[in-house]
Design a protein around this ligand. Structure first.
Ligand SMILES: [Zn+2]
Length: 371
């Protein structure tokens, strides 16, 4: 019995890893082509130097690069090691999310309590695959957006818009509190005081409103769709509000519109509360990356997309730890309203101060056409 389950888990882990490196390979093609509005499917992969098509066996993720030692078979032009690293990163990302979501149940869905028989025999229930695929899709979209942002300082709108639609589809398929504990979990939550609230984990860890109104019952598809829409709206609005307020005080641009589009997409998957939090979480990797950029490249124009992507993923998997500490923020509308206005007011004062302190900054990067 044990050997069967070990064999099962080995196959699943290998499978998601291979799927991840293939996704990484495809995403890099997308990241190269989308900023120039080229087709993703045609023409097939070709060498950027001699323009000859790359044979399928040389295009196998990771192995193709290793067998040819990162060179073109025809003209021996060398390919960046970045291709190899991104494929490996995507593979490890897919595998890592599978291990965290299903094997370790980091978000506390309760997979092992509900599906003990399946999981002990090395089988993974369909619900777990559905949630994992939502995570893998969001991870892939965030990776593609980050690659574009790092390379071109631009996040292509098609990635964010199609990602937003996919997020809304997943939200509709997995309305809160799906799949956690079913309606028993909801009954357990109702009637508790805000301090004791324990939301059952689902794709969207929290319901859109608390308490949910009667016309938005838990588990209804329209509840999921509306939560996804609220998340998309909140992600986009927080970026636009901060961009507008900072621009007003500082007299120059800060966040790009693409950053708002990225959170529009992620919000459609996660709902509005985690997205608002993930913006603030992403300030930490943002500051670290910003210092790195100043030291290494001597530039202050930092692509914020990768930091936002890290913020979203950290918030998602860190939610069981974060949520009891921050739930009071979201329980009362007036708390949120007061904090929001105080934050924006503080940002306005700070950005105005920055304008006075260093009025002659280096010129902004030239905005790419169509931004
Ligand atoms: Zn070549």
């Amino acid at each position: 019995m044990i050997s069967i389950s070990v064999a099962g888990w080995t196959i699943w882990c290998l499978g998601v890893f291979v799927l991840g490196i293939s996704a990484g390979s495809f995403l890099q093609v997308a990241a190269v082509r989308l900023p120039f509005e080229k087709s993703l499917l045609w023409p097939g992969s070709h060498c950027m130097n001699c323009l000859r098509p790359i044979a399928w066996h040389d295009n196998i993720p990771i192995l193709g690069w290793l067998m040819l030692r990162g060179r073109c078979r025809n003209c021996r032009a060398s390919y960046s090691v970045r291709y190899l690293l991104v494929e490996l990163f995507a593979g490890l990302g897919f595998l890592g999310m599978f291990v965290m979501e299903v094997v370790l149940d980091v978000r506390g869905v309760g997979w092992w309590a509900t599906y003990a028989f399946y999981l002990n025999s090395g089988l993974v229930p369909g619900e777990a695959w559905l949630i994992w695929s939502a995570e893998a899709v969001l991870f892939s979209l965030l990776l593609a957006a980050s690659l574009c942002d790092l390379e071109h300082q631009e996040i292509p709108l098609p990635i964010c818009l199609s990602g937003c639609l996919m997020g809304l589809a997943f939200s509709t398929l997995c309305p809160w509190p799906y799949p956690a504990e079913g309606l028993a979990g909801v009954a357990r939550v109702v009637g508790n005081s805000p301090e004791e609230l324990r939301f059952p984990a689902s794709l969207q860890p929290w319901p859109m409103l608390w308490p949910l109104p009667a016309w938005m019952p838990p588990g209804a598809w329209w509840t999921g769709l509306l939560s996804g829409l609220a998340g998309a709206l909140a992600g986009n609005l927080i970026c636009r509000a901060i961009r507008a307020v900072y621009g007003l005080g500082r007299g120059r641009e800060s966040l790009g519109l693409g950053d708002g589009d990225l959170l529009l997409m992620a919000g459609a998957f996660l709902g509005w509360q985690p997205i608002v939090c993930s913006f603030f979480v992403s300030l930490a990797p943002g500051i670290i990356m910003g210092l790195g950029f100043v030291l290494l490249r001597g530039t202050q124009s930092l692509p914020f997309g990768p930091s936002l992507a890290v913020g979203v993923l950290v918030t998602w998997f860190g939610w069981p730890w974060m949520s009891p500490r921050i739930s009071w923020l979201f329980m009362e509308p007036w708390v949120l309203l007061m904090l929001g206005s105080a934050g924006l007011g503080g940002l306005l004062a700070l950005s105005f101060l920055l304008r006075i302190v260093s009025p002659h900054d280096r010129p902004e990067r030239i905005a790419p056409p169509g931004e």
